[in-house]
Design a protein around this ligand. Structure first.
Ligand code: C2E
Ligand code: MG
Ligand code: MG
Length: 718
């Protein structure tokens, strides 16, 4: 210290008190900041104001206590007005700090600016406090120490304070707050002490304000003022915290209750499933979803057949129990993400997504119908219910109402037809519905009543005219309508879920016929048409094996025809099924080739042995060079892939001639033979010695014969 300055005596107790007070003031400010953050707008204003006043007074008191701790060897007094004036920057600094921290300093530039303002404010507090002792001659300020004080406060305010709390996040809240307060309080107190040290008092100075406010008065007055204020603040804070906790608990209760209420409003009281309103809201949300382009949702309406009669007989409680059981059964079948609801007394709703083709969807519908057909045990009674299921798949731009109505139309169609089935909605169903319903009702009994029959159309070798095999074609002899074309009733069977049973019958009947021919001395490979639905049937392979086994027919006597469009619809699935069937030894043929969309790379991956050129190309052959070019290209392509080519619908000799020229392998059509019964085919083939060889005796060819070993091993097994 320079000899021109008066020596200072430090009162360690007062220093300690000032330091403790500094730490406490920071702690108080942190509590106020927390309350301001938690409070709503008005309460935050009150808290901010009260907190700024209390903490500001604390800052002011720290500053004055620090001044009192550095005692001068002469008697001093303080000018009350200046003492009071130093309170103003203290409160301002406090208000500023609380505001900045309560808002979490939303902008990055706020930290340095806030730190600077706080540093300037605190320097002003200290400077005014020091100057409240009027000295003669005046104080000698040390710019270096003032700068140091400002730098310390700035560094702490801008860099340390905003990050410190986050660094201590692992400590318990209260402890972390105290630790932060200790660090910042020490820095704050240090800055103030540097300011007092910066104000050097000349050795010969005397205090001209002696007799005004004495240091002793200040020593008891300051802590008293601060204590009263802080007690008030803490009291208010703890009351407010309690009220806040109560408010939060109330909010939680309210949220909980409204969620429960919301749930209750969405749920059906009996089954606990969604109710109709909730279902429609979900359907709307699904329709609004942008992913709809690739993932078209389907609505299924499941009506319980005969439910009302059961309720009339056994009562409402029984009906409720039954509904719960049905609800559980359905729940067990739907996939995650599907929405299941109960809509009316005897109706359930299902919203499914992710079915990429209609076949999968119909399989799902069939599973539901099957599951509901199983008997229910309710209150000790065994009852049988079945379901009428209407399915509507989302066409582009359909609304909730349209989808719901379409599914309802489809469901009503099933109901009118006697229930226990599903039906897919088709455009114009309301008009054609009646006829379709009648047709499917009759078709349901057609197998049992022996109205179905297979006819067989020969396929001949193009070069020799020998019989290469036959195609089995389904016929329905309807008692009133006469012969109904498969082109009419196969789609009906698919829509109403009858195709599975029908397909099985055809497979079995075709194998039975092959066996009969074999026993009559003719070995004729038979081609059976498979529908899209059958191709996706998970037990197709088992059904084929079973039909072959039952009639002891070698697998290579069976060819399965799948239309090109069905095979290419889901190529990967087709490849799996084709591979499986190929493994058994069954041959595969792609039917109606040229009508669908085929990718050559896919065609290569399918283990098909045969390709059937569609009738439309054959019809145009004689008059259209284009058709000739196409058929020629198809033949070359098929041969390159190791397939044989069959031309279907050959009606004229010129067509046959062109096809032979184009190296087509087999020909099928009215020119050679119309489809005929199994017995008629035997007659058509002629007497036994020639029949396995040729259509016409003069064109004999024995290569058609199957090696006897395959048959004989089957005979032995059988
Ligand atoms: P497809 O498999 O392409 O069968 C050939 C159709 O062409 C048969 O009609 C056959 O009678 C007819 N046809 C044959 N030669 C000629 C000809 O020279 N001129 C004309 N105009 N037509 C000829 P059909 O029996 O009415 O069968 C129509 C379609 O119904 C079949 O087309 C096949 O896709 C389907 N189908 C027939 N039976 C079954 C079956 O058992 N199961 C399945 N899933 N579908 C079948
Ligand atoms: Mg066919
Ligand atoms: Mg065909």
């Amino acid at each position: 210290m320079s000899p021109t300055l008066m020596a200072v005596h430090h009162d360690s107790q007062a220093h300690l008190a000032a330091w403790l007070l500094a730490v406490y003031v920071i702690y108080l400010q942190m509590q106020v900041v927390a309350r301001v953050r938690a409070a709503d707008r008005d309460a935050a204003l009150v808290w901010g104001t009260v907190g700024a006043l209390a903490a500001g007074t604390g800052i002011w008191a720290v500053s004055l206590l620090g001044l009192l701790a550095a005692r001068l060897p002469i008697e001093v007094g303080y000018v009350p007005v200046l003492v009071l004036v130093s309170w103003l920057p203290a409160v301002t600094v406090s208000a500023l700090t609380i505001t900045l921290y309560a808002r979490r300093m939303p902008r990055p530039w706020m930290r340095p600016l806030g730190g600077l303002l706080v540093a300037v404010g605190l320097t002003a507090v200290a400077a005014t406090a020091v100057e409240s002792r009027l000295m003669e001659p005046q104080l000698i300020w040390s710019p270096a120490l003032v700068g140091l004080s400002v730098a310390l406060t700035l560094f702490t305010g801008a860099l340390v304070a905003p990050r410190l709390r986050g660094r201590l996040a692992r400590l318990p809240d209260r402890l972390a707050d105290i630790a932060v307060a200790a660090v910042l309080g020490t820095a704050f107190r240090g800055g103030q002490a540097l300011m007092v040290a910066a104000a050097g008092v000349p050795v010969d100075a005397r205090c001209t304000s002696v007799g005004q406010l004495s240091g002793d008065t200040m020593l008891w007055l300051l802590p008293a003022v601060v204590s009263v204020l802080s007690v008030l603040v803490h009291l208010a804070a703890s009351l407010d915290a309690r009220a806040q906790r109560q408010r939060e608990a109330l909010h939680r209760d309210l949220a909980h209750t409204s969620a429960a209420l919301d749930q209750a409003m969405q749920r059906d009281a009996i089954t606990g499933l969604y109710n109709r309103q909730a279902f429609e809201r979900r359907l709307q949300a699904t329709l609004d979803d942008a992913a709809l382009v690739t993932d078209r949702p389907a609505v299924l309406r499941v009506g319980l057949d005969g439910f009302r009669a059961l309720v009339e007989r056994y009562g409402d409680a029984f009906g409720d129990a039954l509904l719960r059981q049905v609800g559980r059964r359905l729940q067990g079948l739907v996939r995650e993400g599907d929405v299941l609801a109960r809509s009316d007394a005897d109706e359930f709703l299902l919203l499914c997504r992710g079915w990429h083709d209609e076949v999968q969807l119909t399989q799902m519908a069939l599973r539901l119908v099957d599951a509901l057909r199983a008997p229910c045990q309710v209150e000790g009674e065994t009852v049988h219910v079945s379901a009428s299921l209407g399915v509507a798949r989302h066409p582009d731009g359909a609304t909730v109402t349209q989808l719901m109505t379409q599914a309802l139309d489809a469901m009503r169609t099933v109901r009118r037809a006697g229930g226990n089935a599903y039906c897919l909605y088709r455009h114009g169903m309301d008009r054609e519905g009646g006829d379709q319903v009648a047709l499917q009702r009759d078709l349901r009994h057609a197998i049992a009543r022996g109205q179905l029959a297979l006819v067989f159309q020969p396929k001949l070798r193009a070069d020799t005219g020998a019989l290469a095999g036959v195609e089995a074609l389904l016929r329905w002899r309807h008692p009133e309508r006469g012969d109904v074309s498969p082109a009419v009733f196969i789609p009906v069977a698919e829509r109403f879920g009858l195709i599975g049973e029908l397909g099985l019958w055809v497979l079995d009947e075709a194998c039975r016929q092959v066996r009969l021919w074999h026993e009559a001395g003719a070995d004729v490979p038979v081609a059976v048409n498979l529908s899209a639905h059958q191709l996706r049937q998970h037990d197709l392979e088992a059904c084929v094996r079973e039909a072959l086994r039952r009639h002891r027919v070698p697998a290579r006597m069976l060819i399965l025809e799948i239309t090109e469009s069905v095979a290419m619809d889901d190529v990967d699935a087709s490849i799996r099924v084709f591979d499986m069937l190929d493994d058994i030894g069954v041959q595969l043929s792609i039917d109606d080739f040229g009508t669908g969309y085929s990718s050559l790379s896919y065609l290569r991956r399918l283990p098909a042995r045969q390709l059937k050129v569609d009738r439309s190309f054959v019809r145009d052959l004689a008059c259209s060079p284009d058709a000739q070019a196409i058929v020629g290209a198809v033949v070359r392509l098929a041969h390159a892939l190791g397939m044989t080519v069959v031309a279907e619908g050959v009606e004229t000799e010129p067509q046959a001639a062109i096809l032979r020229e184009l190296a087509c392998d087999e020909l099928q059509g009215f020119l050679f033979a119309r489809p005929m019964s199994g017995a008629a085919l035997l007659t058509w083939m002629g007497p036994p010695p020639a029949r396995t060889a040729t259509l016409r005796p003069e064109q004999g060819d024995n290569s058609q014969d199957d090696p006897p070993s395959a048959w004989s091993s089957l005979e032995r097994v059988g």
